[in-house]
Every structure is written in structure tokens, then in C-alpha cells.
Design a protein around this ligand. Structure first.
Ligand SMILES: NC(=O)c1ccc[n+]([C@@H]2O[C@H](COP(=O)([O-])OP(=O)(O)OC[C@H]3O[C@@H](n4cnc5c(N)ncnc54)[C@H](O)[C@@H]3O)[C@@H](O)[C@H]2O)c1
Length: 356
């Protein structure tokens, strides 16, 4: 750790996994937050990717998690590897006694992994942030501080995502190294539909599920009403929980105009938040709270949820009290799993029924 011009400590960052998200999202964000962070160590399973990405930041590189976690200049750890490694790497970073851990979404892929994270976080006291950036967006936070009773009174909640492929945004942000090739799945195979639906909820809808949960803190009665896969990549899921009607819709294809909207409606008020697509670093979302008599707008502000999540990590690393404990993050994951698994089953059953 070194000091900045205001005498505050600059936190050394170690990043595990240096794919497009590290290259196009976190490195540009950290370069704007040089008064708080300095990238010290980049680890990737592919040593050549680790070396090239580290060179961009003048950081050390390795292909070993243990080596990164043993680096004395690493104060905080960001986990940006593929989903299946998140839980074990969060646990290792907590056990290594780092000051704070940022884990890309999803936190974990099943309840057993989530339980392991909870034990490690409690044993070690290391604070963890999940990179669900919309929850840190200043327009979302401004709307939250003005929406009054909307979480108790909302009856309908809707997340709508229409996006071109991620590569369009990644390429606008940086020159991505070693992007894996994509092959189109065979959607006549029920296993491919199952995997696409599950992946859509755990990989894409999951950005907004912590926002939905703000309106649905308890979800024991969650019921999937309808779940369909949308080609080439997307989903239509309709569910009920805690007396609320929830719609999750996504379509990724060759659209020129991206749209990413979160809405909540009660009998006499409505919230609408327009987020920019992932990877875009052009300020915050814009939010509107409306009633019959009033319309209040929040944002866009100059910084986005990516900066927000890193600022929160710095606050926690400095000993600040967590705004949301690890239990609450685990509940977000349980909510996502409670939607992903039955939705994947329902979409597959429908396909098999159509084939019968
Ligand atoms: N917050 C966002 O806006 C956003 C957007 C897209 C994806 N994501 C999340 O970010 C994470 C990374 O996404 P990506 O597109 O860069 O993934 P990716 O799979 O393309 O790249 C991940 C990198 O991790 C490396 N890797 C593989 N196994 C590893 C291991 N065991 N340990 C360390 N590194 C390993 C790979 O070589 C690759 O360079 C994913 O969890 C994804 O869900 C977040």
C-alpha cells in the first residue's frame, strides 16, 4: 500500500482472470480511480494473457492464484474468472486475509458453494462485494433514496434487456486479447435450451435480480408462471413472488439500439431506470420516479456503477461498515438460483412437449 496526494492509502489490486471484463471494464475503471487503487498483480490461467494485460498497468503477472494471494502488494482481490471458479477463489482470497474481495457476478453457481463463501467470510471477517454494478449506479441510488413506500406497494416489476453482442462494446473499450471463439448451439437439443436459459438468468438477468430483490425481500412462495428461451440468445420469464408479478425479458442479437430498463409499478407510482449496456463507461443510468402529480428525474451522473462498486470496495477495505452483509448477497444468489433452475426446466419441458 502507498499513499496518494491527500495522504489516503492507495490500495494494491490483484486481479484473478484477465479476460474481456478485466480488460474492457475493470482496467479502464481502475485507471480513473488512481487516487484509490493501483493494479499490482494480474493472474490468468493463460500466462500470455496475464503477461500482456499486466504490461498495460505495469503490474506483476502470474498464472497461479496462490502466487497472487501471497503477493504482499495485493491489498484487495478482484475475481473475474469464469463463473465456475468464483466460489473457490473468493474463499481462497478471504482465507489469505486480504482487506476486501470484489467478485464478478454470479457470486457462486449453487447453494453449496454459497454456503462455503458464507463460512469463509464469517470466519475471516473479510468484506466481499459482488460486481452487480446496477446496484451501485448513482441514478439507482438517488431513486432509492426518494421512492418512499414503492418497495412495499409495487405490484409489478420488470427487467427488459435488448442488446447487441458483448464484443461490440468490448471492442469499443479496448483491444481484447484472446477472445474465445463462439459456436452456435443446436437449440433442437433440450440440453442446449436448458443451458441457455440457466446461463441467461445466472449470467444476464442476474445483473438486475438484486434490484428486483429490493422489492421482494422474501421469496419462499416464488412460482414460475412461464419460461421460454428466445433465439439466438435470450429469455422470457414470468414469475410471482411475495404477491408481486415479475417479468424478466432479454433478447441479444444484431440490434443497433441497446436498451436496458428496470421498472417497478404500484397503484399510484412508477419507477423507470434506463441503464447503459455493460462495458459502456459513459456515465450513469437515468432514473425517473412518477406519480399522477409529479415526475422526478435522477441522472445521468458522471460516474457509473463500475466506479461505484470499486469505491465501495475501497470504503470496506478502509474499515467501513458493510451496507449489505454477506448473508444478503447469499440471499440474492438464492433468489437467482430459485428462478434459474425451474425456468430452465420449464423451457426444456415446453420444447420436449412441442416435439412430442
Ligand atoms: N459486470 C459486467 O458487466 C460483466 C459483463 C460480462 C461478464 N461479467 C462476468 O465477468 C466474469 C469474466 O467474464 P469474461 O467475459 O472476461 O470471461 P472469460 O471467460 O472470457 O475470461 C475469463 C479469463 O479467465 C481466465 N481463466 C480461466 N480459468 C481461470 C482460472 N481458473 N483462474 C483464473 N483465470 C482463469 C481465462 O483464460 C480468461 O482470460 C464472468 O464471471 C462474467 O459473468 C461481468
Amino acid at each position: 500500500m502507498t499513499g496518494n496526494s491527500t495522504g489516503t492509502e492507495i490500495l494494491g489490486v490483484g486481479i484473478i482472470g484477465a479476460g474481456p471484463v478485466t480488460q474492457a471494464i475493470h482496467m479502464p475503471t481502475l485507471s480513473r480511480l488512481g487516487d484509490l487503487f493501483a493494479v499490482r498483480h494480474i493472474m490468468d490461467a493463460d500466462p500470455s494473457v496475464a503477461e500482456s494485460v499486466a504490461a498495460r498497468a505495469g503490474a506483476r503477472h502470474s498464472s497461479s492464484v496462490e502466487e497472487l494471494l501471497a503477493d504482499p502488494e495485493v491489498d484487495v482481490v478482484a475475481i473475474c474468472s469464469p463463473h465456475r471458479f468464483h466460489a473457490e477463489q473468493v474463499i481462497a482470497a478471504c482465507r489469505a486475509g486480504r482487506k476486501a474481495v470484489l467478485c464478478e457476478k454470479p457470486f457462486a453457481m449453487n447453494a453449496a458453494e454459497a454456503a462455503g463463501i458464507l463460512v469463509a467470510a464469517k470466519d475471516t471477517g473479510v468484506p466481499v462485494v459482488v460486481g452487480a454494478m446496477h446496484a451501485f449506479d448513482p441514478a439507482w441510488l438517488a431513486a432509492e433514496s426518494h421512492w418512499g413506500t414503492l418497495p412495499e406497494t409495487a405490484h409489478t416489476i420488470r427487467s427488459t434487456i435488448v442488446l447487441p453482442p458483448n464484443s461490440r462494446f468490448e471492442d469499443a473499450a479496448t483491444e481484447v486479447l484472446a477472445r474465445p471463439g463462439l459456436t452456435a448451439p443446436d437449440y433442437s437439443d433440450p440440453a442446449a435450451v436448458r443451458s441457455a436459459l440457466h446461463g441467461g438468468i445466472m449470467g444476464l438477468a442476474i445483473h438486475d435480480l438484486p434490484l428486483v430483490r429490493r422489492f421482494v425481500p422474501h421469496f419462499e412462495d416464488l412460482e414460475i408462471l412461464q419460461a421460454r428461451h428466445v433465439r439466438p440468445f435470450g429469455y422470457l420469464v414470468s414469475l410471482r413472488a411475495a404477491g408481486r408479478s415479475i417479468e424478466l425479458r432479454a433478447a441479444m442479437g444484431n440490434t443497433w439500439k441497446p436498451a436496458w430498463t428496470f421498472e417497478a409499478f404500484s397503484d399510484d407510482a412508477a419507477l423507470r431506470v434506463d441503464f447503459s449496456p455493460s462495458y459502456v463507461q459513459a456515465g450513469s443510468a437515468a432514473a425517473t420516479l412518477s406519480t399522477a402529480n409529479e415526475r422526478r428525474s435522477f441522472g445521468p451522473y458522471g460516474h457509473n456503477g463500475y466506479e461505484g462498486e470499486w469505491r465501495e470496495l475501497a470504503r470496506l477495505a478502509g474499515g467501513g461498515a458493510p451496507r449489505r452483509g454477506t448473508e444478503s448477497l447469499i440471499d440474492d444468489l438464492a433468489f437467482a438460483l430459485a428462478i434459474a433452475e425451474p425456468s430452465a426446466e420449464a423451457a426444456t419441458a415446453e420444447l420436449m412437449g412441442a416435439d412430442a
